[in-house]
Design a protein around this ligand. Structure first.
Ligand SMILES: NC(=O)c1ccc[n+]([C@@H]2O[C@H](COP(=O)([O-])OP(=O)(O)OC[C@H]3O[C@@H](n4cnc5c(N)ncnc54)[C@H](OP(=O)(O)O)[C@@H]3O)[C@@H](O)[C@H]2O)c1
Length: 284
């Protein structure tokens, strides 16, 4: 039995779809906060079980009979570590044979704002004694959906990443990697640094948006503080603006790219190209 937490999230849904291509639906457990949101999976024979990270009893029940568990990191900043610890404890109690976790690139060394929860979760998983796999995901290209829409409307987008490069790819590539880890052999104890084969900079992104849409788009590079002020001025909450500026710092310093080749090796194909990813986002 393969259990996927956060299975009604954007990544989780893609993982369940990928599993459905490889294993019988009854072997898949969609562990979700709100079973009503997973009704479609249930009609296809997937086991839908309520699993709220904030409700340990629900986790224990959801993980019964689990051979493998994929913990998709929670989307609640400030609470995630405690939530992840509850999942790890429940997986251990259930006697799961393998726990995979969606982490972040170089979780143990990166300075990225989002990293401390991931680093602490990885440490908790190691300490649990459960056989594990860390899927250290890079950035999703979908993170740029709004940037692209705004750039198409105004002719430019701003950032503070300089000429740094990032290996962002669509969620579907990361989902395929998770499916391989959950269905393939030899992934226990492995730490995968997952990113696109061909890192790109924001100037490349602007050129690709231009080529794909036919609308000329330029990238405007700003000093970090000016970038932050621009985002806050546009109505973003301070913590969100700080996170976006920190991500651009990470890109400038190479923290959101990897030369490991782990992602294309795991999924058995080149990662999705920037042109393909941007085309999907431009078409909406
Ligand atoms: N690599 C990147 O670029 C990137 C970007 C953003 C986030 N992330 C991280 O990657 C994770 C997956 O990405 P995503 O795009 O799939 O995010 P998402 O669509 O926001 O999905 C998050 C999932 O977490 C579930 N969740 C949140 N709180 C929960 C709780 N208390 N109990 C049980 N489930 C809970 C949500 O449940 P519901 O379906 O009920 O809402 C949802 O299924 C995110 O949660 C975040 O940690 C990565």
């Amino acid at each position: 039995m393969i259990v996927v937490t956060g299975a009604t999230g954007q990544l989780g849904r893609l993982v369940v779809e990928g599993l459905l291509e490889k294993v019988a639906p009854a072997e898949i457990v969609a562990a979700v906060r709100d079973p009503a949101k997973a009704a479609e999976f249930a009609t296809r024979g997937v086991q839908v079980r309520r699993a709220d990270y904030d409700d340990p009893a629900s986790l224990a029940a959801a993980f019964a009979g689990a051979d493998k568990v994929l913990l998709i990191s929670s989307s609640t900043p400030g609470q995630r570590l405690a939530q992840h610890e509850a999942v790890i404890a429940a997986a251990r109690e259930a006697g799961a044979g393998h726990l995979a976790y969606t982490s972040v690139l170089a979780a143990d060394t990166t300075k990225l704002f989002v990293a401390p929860d991931h680093k602490a979760t990885e440490e908790a998983i190691r300490a649990s004694g459960l056989p594990f796999t860390f899927l250290r995901n890079g950035w999703y290209t979908e993170n740029y959906a709004q940037t692209i829409a705004q750039a198409l409307a105004s002719g430019s987008f701003a950032g503070s990443a300089g000429d740094g490069k990032l290996g962002a790819v669509p969620r579907a590539d990361f989902a395929a990697a998770a499916v391989e880890v959950l269905t393939g052999e030899g992934h226990e104890g492995r730490v995968y640094e997952l990113a696109g084969d061909e890192p790109f900079g924001y100037a490349d992104l602007a050129a690709t948006i231009t080529a794909v849409s036919g609308t000329p788009v330029t990238y405007q590079d700003l000093p970090a503080e000016q970038h932050r002020q621009l985002l806050v001025g546009a109505g973003l909450p301070e913590p969100v603006a700080a996170m976006l500026v920190d991500a651009d710092r990470g890109i400038a310093e190479g923290e959101l790219a990897s030369t490991s080749g782990d992602l294309s090796r795991l999924i058995g194909r080149p990662t999705t190209s920037l042109t393909e990813a941007v085309t999907a986002l431009v078409k909406g």
